[in-house]
Every structure is written in structure tokens, then in C-alpha cells.
Design a protein around this ligand. Structure first.
Ligand code: DAT
Ligand code: MG
Length: 136
């Protein structure tokens, strides 16, 4: 049976008109966009989404950044898509993310308090199920 993950195109990706580029990379890899919506999430939804990071130094800047503009939420499907999307997304820090990845090719350090790295991808089966239920 096929797997599903939550992909978010964060406000920097939407502002920079990279929605098509990012979705193209997911489709070119062979994954299926099963559901997609552009939304302006509430603080409550984001707090649930990022509950694991509450209390960390970058938590407030992260929340402010995620509230700074529209987000595109995608249910992406395919065998091993949770792991596979994180590979094509690249490392969290865009400065060192490998060339060929979304973050490595399209993002960089802008000197902000929180890393702006274009995309979110669920990091485990449990996270994917929890996050998909929050956003869809
Ligand atoms: P990822 O998005 O790669 O799963 P994460 O879940 O650890 O990374 O963190 C969520 C987001 O928070 C991440 O995309 C960017 C930001 N972030 C993480 N660690 C950070 C740090 N040490 N300094 C600044 N921002 C950070
Ligand atoms: Mg994460």
C-alpha cells in the first residue's frame, strides 16, 4: 500500500513564486499530488503542527515566519514518500543543503532569526498521520 506525507510550501516559497517549481520536483520524482490547498493557517494550527519545537530559541521566530503569508499544503503519495520527500527537500540549513535538492538549489541564509527553507516534510509515519489530520 502507498504511503502519504504532508508537504508544506512555506511563505517564502509562495512569495518567491516557487509553488510550481517545488511541485514539479515532486511530480518529476514520481510522487502523486493527492490533495492540495493554499491557506492562511491560524496560530493554533501552527502551534499544534510545531508542538515539538515549543520552548526552543527559534520557536517564536518560526511561528511569526509561518504566519507571515499564505502556505500551500500538499498530501503527497507514493511508496516511501516520507523518506523520499525529505531527500529531495535537502538538509534543514539551506546553506549546507546539497545541490540538487529543493533547499540546496533554491534557498539560502537571509540573516533572519529562523531558517527560511521553503518546505516542510513529515519526518516519520506517526508525524505524517498526525500532520495530515491537522491540515486536511
Ligand atoms: P525540518 O524542517 O528539516 O524537519 P525541524 O523540524 O528541526 O527541521 O525544524 C523546523 C523548522 O525550524 C526548520 O525547517 C527551520 C527551523 N529551524 C530548525 N532548527 C533551527 C535552528 N537551529 N535555528 C533556526 N531555525 C531553525
Ligand atoms: Mg521537522
Amino acid at each position: 500500500m502507498s504511503e502519504a506525507t504532508l508537504v508544506l510550501i512555506k511563505p517564502d516559497g509562495v512569495r518567491r513564486n516557487l509553488i510550481g517549481e517545488i511541485i514539479s520536483r515532486c511530480e518529476a520524482k514520481g510522487y502523486t499530488v493527492a490533495a492540495l490547498k493554499k491557506i492562511s493557517p491560524s496560530r493554533d494550527l501552527l502551534a499544534k503542527h510545531y508542538a515539538e519545537h515549543e520552548g526552543k530559541s527559534f520557536y517564536e521566530p518560526l511561528m511569526e515566519f509561518m504566519l507571515s503569508g499564505d502556505i500551500v499544503a500538499i498530501r503527497l503519495e507514493g511508496n516511501r514518500v516520507i523518506e523520499g520527500f525529505r531527500v529531495i527537500a535537502g538538509a534543514t540549513d539551506p546553506t549546507v543543503a546539497a545541490p540538487g535538492t529543493i533547499r540546496g538549489d533554491l534557498s539560502r541564509d537571509w540573516g533572519t532569526k529562523v531558517v527560511q527553507n521553503l518546505v516542510h516534510g513529515s519526518d516519520s509515519l506517526e508525524s505524517a498521520e498526525r500532520e495530515l489530520a491537522l491540515w486536511f
